[in-house]
Ligand binder design. Sequence first.
Ligand code: GCW
Length: 723
Amino acid sequence: MKRYRCFFVKFLLCLFFLIPYQIFAEDGYRLWLRYEPIENAELRNEYRSMLREINFPGESPTFQAAREELNRGIEGLFNSKISITDNDSIIKEGTLIVGTPSSSDLIAASTIHDEVSKAGKEGFIIETIETNEKQCICIASNTDTGVLYGVFHFLRMLQTRKHIKNISIVRKPRIRYRLLNHWDNLDRTVERGYAGSSLWDWHKLPDYIKPRYKDYARANASIGINGTVITNVNANADVLTPQYLEKVAALADVLRPYGIKVYLTARFSAPVEIGGLETADPLEPEVVSWWKNKVDEIYKYIPDFGGFLVKANSEGQPGPQDYERSHAAGANMLAYALAPHDGIVMWRAFVYSNEVPEDRAKQAYNEFKPLDGKFRDNVLVQVKNGPIDFQPREPFHPLFGAMPKTPLMMEFQITQEYLGFATHLVYLAPLYKEALYSDTYAKGKGSYVSEVVDGSLEDHRISGIAGVSNIGTNRNWCGHTFGQANWYAYGRLAWNHKLSSGEIAEEWLRMTFTNNIDFINPVKKMMMASREITVNYMTPIGLAHMMGRGHHYGPAPWVDEGRADWTSVYYHRADTGGIGFDRTVTGSNAVSQYHSPVAEKFADIETCPEKYLLWFHHLPWDYTTNSGRTLWNELVHRYYQGADSVKWMQKTWRSVKGMIDRERHNKVSEFLEIQKQEADWWRNACLLYFQTYSRRPIPEKYDKPSKSLLHYKNLEFKYVPGH
Ligand code: GCW
C-alpha cells in the first residue's frame, strides 16, 4: 500500500512539473518579446526603484497599444504589476513618465521639451529627469508612434539587462519607409516562403481577425517597421476589387495603432483585367482616370493607405513596355493618382530579359540609369542589393550611386530562397551590412550605399528600404528559430544601419533565449560566422546562381537547358580552360557600370577582392589565389571548409544544451543536421561537377565524395515549398 502511495505521489509530482512545461512550451511564438522574469535580484531592485509607478495619460489606440505592451513586459519581467496612472499632479520618485508634449503636461513643462523636438516624427528620447525634485525616467516623442517605439526600446533595455540609472538617449530612424514585402498570394501560398502559408486569412477576412495579426504588428513595431506590402510582386489584380479591399481595410485597422501602413502590389494590367478597359497603356487618358478612381476608392477603404509596389516587365509581368512606354511613364501614372493622398510608388528595378543579348547583371542599370530625373517625386525605385538576384554573395548593385536624382530603395531578401530555405542557420545581418557599407564612390570616397539608401548622399526628401519577408503560419513564424534573427536584424538595420551585426545578434539572443553569457558568446560567434560558412559551401570565390532549376533547392551547377539566363552554366562559365564570368572589358564589361576607382578595382585581378573574383573574372584552374593554392585547390578548400564548419556549428550548439529550453534546442539541432547534410551535398555535387572541367584531383587529405556526380544529377524534387 505504502509503495502505491509513494508511486501516486511521484505521479502527481510529475504531472505538477509537466503541465506547466506543456502549457508554457517554448515554441518560438513569442519571438524576441518574451519578457522572461529577471533573476538577478540586485538588477531587479535597480529597475524597480525607477519603476514605482507609470504616468501615461492619453487615449489614442497607439497609446493603448503602448500601455498594453508596457503592462505585458513589466508583468513578465517582474512577475508583478505596476500601476499606470494619468494623474500627473502627484509624482512619486521613480515614476516612468510616458507621452508627447501634447498628451502629458509633465513632458510639456519639463526641460526635455526641446530635446524631444530633435527626435523628429518617429524618434523618441528616453531620459532621466528631475521633476519636483523627484528622479524619474521619461519616454517622450512628438508623436504617438514615436512613444510606442520608445516604449519598445525601453523594454528592450530591460530585456537585455541594461542599466537604467541616468539615461539619456535620443533615437530616430535614418530611413523613412521601412517595409516588409510579403510575396503572399491570395490563395495563401507564399512565393519563396518556407514557413507555412500566408498569414493573411483572406477567406475569413474581414470578419475574423486572427490574434496573430496583432502579434505581427507588435513584433514589427518593436523594431520600427512602419509599412507592409501584403501581396506578392507577381501580382493579382483581384486584390484591388471591393471584395478584397474590404479585407485589406480590416488588416489595416489592426496594424494602424502600431504605426504600420498597408501597401499593395499593383498589377499593371489591372485596368484590363478588372476594369474592363481594352488597354493599360499609361498614356491613355482612360487608363489614367481608371487608376485615379481606383486609388480614390482605395483611400475610402483605407484612409492612410501607403501606396503601390510594382514589378513590371520582369519575368513575364505586364508593364508599360507592353505599350512601348518607359518604366518612368508607368510609375508616374500611378504616382499621379497617389500624390493627392500622400501615397508613394515603389517601382522595382529588377528587370532583365533573355531576349536582350546583354549580361543579365547589366540590364537593370542600362534600363534605369537613363530615366534618372524622370520620375515624379513620390516615386522610389526599388533595387535589389546585388545586380543578379539575392545570391549568397553579390557585389553591390551598380545602380546605387548611378541615379542621383531618384530616391533608391534597397530591397533585401529575408526569406532564404538562395540560402538554404528555412532549415539553414544563416544570420543575414553581415550580408546586409556588406551591401550597405559598400562604397559607391558616387561622390568620392565614403559614398556608401547606405547613404544612397537613407537619402543623405543627395539630400532626398524620401527614402526607403524593403525586406522580403520570411514569415508564415508556422508557430514560430519563420520556420527556423534563427530565421527570426533575420527579421529582427533587418528591422533594426532599417531603423539604424550603423548598428553592428554583432550587437544586433546579441540583443536578439538575449531577448529570444537567455541573458546567460555562457550561451550568448559561443552562439553569437556561430551566428556571425554562419553567412561566410554558407557562401563557402554554396558559392565560394564569387560564384553565383547554381541552384536547382525553378524551385531553387540544392545544388545544380549542371543546369544548361531552357532560358539561358536561368541556367547555371550562364553564370559560372566553367570549361576546361577555367571558371568564372568575365565582366571586364574583354567580357561583358559590367565593371564599367561602377564609378572609378571601384570599376578599376573590380576589373584588375590583382585588386579585385577574392570574394568577388569569379563574379568578375574567368580564370584558369591553376591561377594562384591569395592563399598560394591554385584556383582549383582553393575551390576545393573552400567547399570543404564550409561544409566542415557546419560540424563546428553543431558542436557549438551541443555545447549550450541545457542552457535554454529543450524544445527550441532540439529543433535547432535537428535543423543543423539537415544543414550539415545539405552542405555536404552542395560541396560534393559542385566539386564533382567542376572536376569534369578542371580535370584535377581532390587532394588526398580530403574525404572523397561518397556518391557519384550522376547520383546528384539524378536527384529530383517534386514538391518543394515556396515554388
Ligand atoms: O528571385 C526571384 C524569385 C522569384 C521572384 C523574383 C522577384 C517574386 O525566384 O520568385 O518573384 O525574384 O524578385 O521578382
